[in-house]
Structures are given as C-alpha cells and as structure tokens.
Design a protein around this ligand. Structure first.
Ligand SMILES: [Fe+2]
Ligand SMILES: [Fe+2]
Length: 254
C-alpha cells in the first residue's frame, strides 16, 4: 500500500496546486490513501467547512490541522461534524473534535493521529503522552502521525519515540521540506517536515516583501499569502502487510 502525505496547503494557490496535480501524483505513485495538512487552506490561515470539503471531495482521505486549527469560526462546526478532519490530540480535554480518526480504505483500517509540538508554540498538553493514550485503545492496520511542530529536535524525538509503534511519522508546520526521509530501525517511516503546498516566491507562503519589511523594520505587519507559481510538497510511504514502512520518498512538484 502507498500512502501519500501532503504538506501544509497554503491559501487558494495551494488549493489550486493540489487540485491540479493530485490525480497525476496518485496515478504515478499508485497511491491508496492520501493525508493532507489543511491548517493554512484559507487565505488568513485555518480552514472552513467549504475548503475542507473541496479537498476531501477531490482526493484527500483525511485532513490534519495544527496551531491554526481554530483560526476560522467555522472550524468548530467542521470538527464536530466531520470524522475525516482531525485536530491536534493534545488540545485540553473537552476541546471540540477528534485528535485521531480511523478510515477504512481498500479493506484496511488506516488511523491518522495529529499532534502539536510545544517548542515555540502555544501551551498544549504533552504530545507524547497524548499519542500514547490514543495508541493504547487504537485498532488499525496502519497508523500515521502528523506531528505539527517547529523544532526539528522535538520532531526527531517523536520519530524515535514512536519507532516500531506506528507505520509513519511526518512533520508539518515549518513549510520547508527536510532531506531526511527514511525508515527508522524498527520500521517506522519518517520525515521531519513534508514542506508546503503553496506559492514558491514567498517566505513560507507569505508575501516576501511583508516578511522582509518586518525583519528589517521590526514593526509588525499583517501577513498576506503570496500568489503566482506554486509547488506541492509531500512524501510517499510504501507500507507492507506487517504495518511497517518499507520506503519513504519525499516528493516536490513545481
Ligand atoms: Fe502551516
Ligand atoms: Fe502551523
């Protein structure tokens, strides 16, 4: 089975890039299941029901989120009503939505867990213990974890923590693809960050003149997503019957 994970979709440019290429990528890599991080799908971050449905109806099987989960008011209704959209598992207990989901595809049960890092992020419960609690009760053939975090050290530590316990761990949030896609010794496929699906001539998706001015002047300015030429970043996990990953390949479509 081949599982495709796609890095943060940024704004309309990212959505269009996904819609334009997803069928071709699925064909080329013989993809059975597709996980997409949609936390920046709206032009001012977050996700709405409309954007979520657009991605789910056109090739995504499950959407994961991150630190921008509740940026759009619409997210509350979306998370309460759509089992295929998951928010980080380590929000405080009682938060609307689910931190994981199990979807059946091609006769296999595929679980997707989302968690948020804590380094340079808002206060959250422990992502390691949050994932442990899910794994204790989970019954699935394959388990994938989207660890949405800033620090490479925290993400790599999560990879080692989950090695042999889940099928794959991929990082999101930094919007820059890392060159470390590999299979950990106990069979967990891993990449520190999938990268971003959005505008190339930008700073992590944001108009570069805005970020540049902010760094130079030290005066805060509202971020706006860039437009123009786009890229799609992700990784393909080839998994065996045992539930372990055999190969991970990072992909970048421009
Ligand atoms: Fe993001
Ligand atoms: Fe993020």
């Amino acid at each position: 089975m081949n599982v495709l994970a796609i890095g943060d979709i940024v704004g309309d440019v990212g959505c269009e890039m996904f819609l334009e290429h997803i069928d071709g990528i699925k064909k080329q890599y013989e993809i059975d299941f597709c996980i997409v991080n949609g936390e920046n799908a709206c032009s001012n971050n977050g996700i709405t029901r409309k954007k979520a449905e657009l991605l789910l109806e056109n090739g995504a099987d499950v959407l994961t989120l991150g630190n921008h989960t509740f940026r759009q008011k619409d997210a509350v209704g979306l998370l309460a009503g759509n089992k295929r959209v998951v928010r980080p598992v380590n929000f405080p207990e009682g938060t609307v939505g689910n931190g994981y989901t199990v979807v059946e595809k091609n006769g296999k049960k595929i679980a997707v867990i989302n968690a948020l890092g804590r380094i340079y992020m808002d206060y959250m419960d422990c992502p390691f213990r949050g994932i442990d609690r899910v794994l204790e009760k989970l019954h699935a053939d394959y388990i994938f974890v989207d660890f949405h975090a800033e620090a490479t050290s925290e993400k790599i530590s999560m990879g080692w923590y989950l090695d042999g316990r889940v099928t794959g761990v991929f990082g999101t949030h930094t919007h820059v693809q890392t060159a470390d896609a590999w299979v950990l010794p106990k069979g967990t496929g891993y990449i520190t960050d999938l990268g971003m699906t959005g505008p190339i001539y930008s700073c992590l998706g944001v108009k570069r003149e805005i970020t540049l001015e902010r760094f130079i002047s030290c005066i805060p300015r509202r971020f706006e997503f860039a437009d123009g030429k786009a890229q799609l970043n992700g990784a393909v996990f080839t998994v065996g019957e045992s539930g372990k990953t055999e190969k991970v390949e990072a992909i970048c479509v421009k």
